[in-house]
Ligand binder design. Structure first.
Ligand code: GLC
Length: 453
């Protein structure tokens, strides 16, 4: 009897298991996208990084925890959340013009406050002066501009009385009794609203999985549940317990999650064998801060995007709108600069794969298979003194070399003992990165580097 039962279970698992080809098909848009927008928006935006006259740094969406604010004192923030300037159409256009292909917005962050009118709680936008769902208009704008609509959803919840880990600063009420079965049912109920009433959702970006109340078993069950509602959805690895800290790689096959999630960092060699996405801020916080003006330059952001793509990952770049629904001007300016760069260079990012060379001292390389050959995109950060861009160890015949932005002007090529070199006899004009396209025969074939067996 037992044997029959396990055979039956094995059969069910086999039927449900996804083949590598099916998985590739599901991941395809994500792999081609390379660039997305993260949006952290909620009640913490009202506090804007300050509480009781004290300023907090780092991720100020954590203000409730940073300032040890009891739930009863945090709750009135909802009365000041009124995004009258919210313009989802403009937000999505800003993302699209910058070359982003997906938008991930916080349906619920750690404070538990929901940006849609959930039937399962009053701790949501319906209780604010705004009073209306914020997610649906964004989902609609995404559909209009062919942008994937995706959701960040915190597993950990500082507001819900049944979440299993308690913090003394929360000021728990007498009715506060941890019950993770009940909490999991609440989360599933909410996810059902989000996954049945908003059309196709590209990614479910879970977070807050690190507390002890969340287990591998619960993560597995949640992943199955989400996939049962939307089989084509992509789920990040924070659904389960297998994330390696801020480096974000997934520690082993048996952990759920379709991709790794490095946070505020770009892994030196990507994450071999795994899909991944580096999420990063433009200043030092995810949620809006009125005082954090430590903005990265547009050049740094553009080079980060290139760096991530050259290592085979995606770049999820964050904005933290104000409680009125405005995107900080510093973010708008930077996205505008990225848009300008992407206008002439997006083909060197979208649909590309990782750099094939052991070293690229002049910058970064991405590539794409085309017409039986390969198109290499050399993103030049630093021009070598001899003005030669070495393609270390490459033996393939070269069909052509040219500036991406000036295709009619051919560049000369020189064969060197260490590999082919592209001679750049003109000044580079783009301070962030000038892209040179090199068309070669076949897939890149590299000579074994000297010293290697
Ligand atoms: C985190 C934080 C958080 C932020 C996020 C983005 O680990 O808790 O506030 O939303 O990750 O990656």
């Amino acid at each position: 009897m037992k044997a029959i039962l396990s055979l039956f279970l094995a059969l069910i698992t086999a039927v449900n298991a996804e083949s590598p080809a099916e998985r590739d098909a599901r991941m395809q848009w994500f792999r081609e996208a390379r660039f997305g927008m993260f949006i952290h928006w909620g009640l913490y935006s009202v506090a804007a990084g300050e509480w009781d006259g004290k300023r907090y740094g780092g991720g100020v969406e954590w203000i409730q925890s940073l300032a040890r604010i009891p739930v009863a004192e945090y709750t009135p923030l909802k009365d000041r959340f009124n995004p009258v300037k919210y313009d989802p159409d403009a937000w999505v256009r800003l993302a699209r013009d910058a070359g982003m292909r997906y938008v991930v917005i916080t349906s619920k962050h750690h404070d538990g406050f929901c940006l849609w009118d959930s039937k399962l709680t009053d701790w949501d936008v319906a209780a604010s002066p705004w009073g209306k769902d914020l997610l649906k208009p964004l989902a609609e704008a995404c559909r209009k501009y062919d942008m994937k609509f995706c959701l960040y959803h915190s597993i950990m919840d500082w507001h819900h009385p049944q979440w299993g880990n308690k913090e003394p600063w929360r000021g728990n009420s007498a009715t506060d009794a941890p019950d993770m079965d009940a909490y999991a049912a609440y989360m599933k109920g909410q996810l059902k609203e989000l996954l049945t009433e908003y059309g196709d959702v590209g990614i479910l970006w879970f977070d807050g999985e690190w507390e002890s109340a969340w287990t591998h078993e619960r993560g597995t069950e949640l992943d199955d549940y989400v996939r049962s509602l939307q089989p084509a959805i992509i789920v990040n690895n924070r659904v389960d317990k297998g994330r390696k800290g801020m480096e974000g790689a997934t520690l082993g096959e048996h952990f759920r999650g379709d991709y790794g999630t490095p946070e505020q960092q770009i892994p030196a060699n990507g994450i071999p064998g795994e899909d991944w996405e580096s999420c990063m801020t433009m200043n030092d916080t995810w949620g809006f801060s009125a005082h954090d003006q430590n903005w990265k330059s547009s050049t740094v952001l553009i080079r980060n995007l290139i760096d991530v793509a050259s290592k085979g990952g995606n770049y999820l770049l964050n904005i933290g709108p104000t409680p009125e629904g405005e995107i900080p001007q510093a973010s708008v300016d930077r996205l505008g600069d990225i848009a300008k760069w992407m206008e002439s260079n997006s083909e060197a990012i979208h649909g590309t794969t990782a750099n094939p060379f052991p070293t690229t001292p002049w910058g970064r390389c991405t590539m794409k298979a085309v017409n039986g050959g390969t198109r290499l995109y050399l993103h030049v950060f630093d021009m070598p003194a001899d003005r030669r861009l070495l393609l270390t160890g490459m033996r393939n015949p070269i069909r052509s070399a040219r500036f991406l932005a000036a295709p009619q002007e051919a560049l000369r090529v020189e064969a060197k003992s260490e590999g082919a070199a592209i001679i750049v006899d003109r000044e580079l004009t783009d301070p962030a990165a000038t892209v040179i396209v090199v068309e070669i025969e076949g897939r890149p074939e590299l000579a074994t580097p000297p010293g290697n067996p």
